[in-house]
Design a protein around this ligand. Structure first.
Ligand code: ADP
Ligand code: MG
Length: 140
């Protein structure tokens, strides 16, 4: 077990419905610390760059349009096995498959508008954190 950092995004469907605090409470209740956080409005090009790994998927354009539609909250979560723990707290990509008590079960609207993003591995976590935050913004 090691202390890790992971990149989280509270997506436009959730910021629009004023759910930032309720989602953050789920992270904190699970022992994840929000060590950096800011609210930004991505351009579609920035969203496309962030999700470049999905460029060939049929939902890519829809995903980028959605992510640029309204502000998002980008954040760094820290804790024991933070990457896997955050994925657990988030729940399955499709809210229809998400476990009880997870963010996506409680708040997601659809497989696309599913309220949160979370890094899926240590390599993607460090790249995704560096996409949004400088070292000076990560004070622990
Ligand atoms: P996760 O966010 O759980 O890691 P993926 O990395 O597979 O899921 O997909 C990235 C995001 O793309 C999802 O969170 C969701 O917003 C969107 N997405 C995934 N699958 C679909 C789909 N079938 N239709 C529309 N949007 C999708
Ligand atoms: Mg993913």
């Amino acid at each position: 077990m090691a202390i890790e950092r992971t990149l989280s995004i509270i997506k436009p469907d959730a910021t629009r419905r004023n759910l930032t605090g309720r989602i953050n409470a789920k992270f904190e209740d699970a022992g994840l610390r929000i060590i950096a956080q800011k609210r930004i409005h991505l351009t579609k090009a920035q969203a496309g760059q962030f999700y470049a790994v999905h460029a060939e998927r049929p939902f890519y354009d829809e995903l980028c349009t959605f992510m640029a539609s309204e502000p998002v909250v980008v954040q760094v979560l820290e804790g024991e096995s933070a990457i896997a723990k955050n994925r657990e707290v988030m729940g399955a990509t499709n809210p229809a498959d998400a476990a009880e008590g997870t963010i996506r079960k409680d708040f997601a609207l659809s497989v696309g508008e599913n309220s949160v993003h979370g890094s899926d591995a240590p390599e993607t976590a460090s790249v995704e954190i560096a996409f949004f935050f400088s070292g000076l913004e990560l004070v622990g």
